[in-house]
Ligand binder design. Structure first.
Ligand code: C2E
Ligand code: CA
Ligand code: CA
Ligand code: CA
Length: 278
């Protein structure tokens, strides 16, 4: 047995322990995040590329912990999903997002609010009820609510998810496939599920100016979406050249730092007042 081998194994183990301790620490801090008012929703504008008008906003979760600081969602969402805390988070996000949507539609009646839903949330039977309750309470048009579902192994399991999506369709809310092209979905899956919106992940958009491959992928996604009757939103648009390229492919809606970073609610309302055209 080579000594190096043993040493490596040893180090690997220590890393693993540190990582799992960190995950446990984050999971337990996350349990208190709602109670201690550490969460907030930011809103990132989505713009119609052809007209420059406001389509709506994606709600993005932020967690400010007194000791850990600003913990990025890419870090805590997966931990929330594997520890079961995601249920409470999702309920909180939906409740807040629809409450804010009421104020956004007062300014712009056609405003679409996009909400990220974990594939795990789709197994819950009580979430559609929560939507019905809140949509009634705030008198919102369900067609102006978009659920963004990330491609995942769970989503891919098929039949149950299709039933779950039907519950939402009956309510009248819309469904988007998020991060399209980065995960597990196949073209057959795309055709079966009939998504209202397809969201191109920023990894294909960020280098679109220089990468022929990314251009091909974005153009093909727009073509497929059109043939299937979905519309396309591209995220991660950081400059006008990328916007123009995507527009030429028939991409309907754009989102990214070029238009605006995600904003706290008050700032988003100001942005909306300055940018909406009747
Ligand atoms: P996502 O759903 O793909 O969201 C888009 C991410 O891209 C956001 O990161 C957004 O801030 C970022 N982004 C937008 N435009 C640009 C751009 O032009 N350049 C660059 N470099 N980045 C841009 P964020 O807010 O850190 O969220 C990360 C991920 O965390 C989200 O990815 C989503 O998967 C998850 N997430 C966020 N909020 C929620 C939530 O309420 N529920 C669930 N289940 N997941 C959430
Ligand atoms: Ca999303
Ligand atoms: Ca994502
Ligand atoms: Ca993405």
């Amino acid at each position: 047995v080579k000594p190096l081998h043993g040493e490596r194994w040893h180090m690997f183990n220590i890393d693993n322990v540190a990582l799992s301790q960190r995950r446990i620490a984050i999971a337990s801090a996350l349990k208190e995040a709602i109670e201690f008012d550490q969460l907030s929703l930011f809103f990132q504008p989505q713009i119609y590329l052809n007209t420059g008008k406001v389509h709506g906003a994606e709600a993005l979760l932020r967690w400010e912990h007194p000791q850990l600081g600003n913990v990025p969602p890419d870090l805590f969402i997966p931990i929330a999903e594997s520890s079961g805390i995601i249920s409470d988070l999702t309920e909180w996000v939906i409740t807040q997002a629809l409450r804010y949507q009421k104020k956004m539609t007062a300014l712009l009646p056609e405003h679409i609010i996009s909400i990220n839903i974990s594939a795990k949330d789709l197994q819950r039977k009580d979430l559609p009820v929560l939507f019905i309750t809140l949509l009634n309470e705030y008198q919102l048009n369900p067609a102006n609510v978009m659920l963004e579902l990330t491609e995942s192994a769970t989503l891919f399991e098929g039949v149950d998810i299709r039933n779950a999506l039907n519950d939402y369709r009956l309510i009248g809310v819309k469904i988007a496939i998020d991060d399209f092209g980065t995960g597990y979905s196949s073209l057959a899956y795309l055709s079966k599920m009939g998504f209202d919106e397809i969201k191109i992940d920023k990894q294909f958009v960020m280098n679109i100016e220089y990468s022929k491959n990314d251009q091909t992928i974005c153009r093909a996604t727009c073509d497929i979406a059109k043939s299937l009757g979905s519309y396309v939103v591209a995220e991660g648009i950081e400059d006008s050249q990328s916007m123009v390229k995507l527009q030429s492919y028939g991409c309907e809606v754009g989102q990214g730092y070029f238009f605006s970073r995600p904003l706290p609610f008050d700032d988003y309302m100001l942005w909306l007042e300055q940018n909406f055209e009747a």
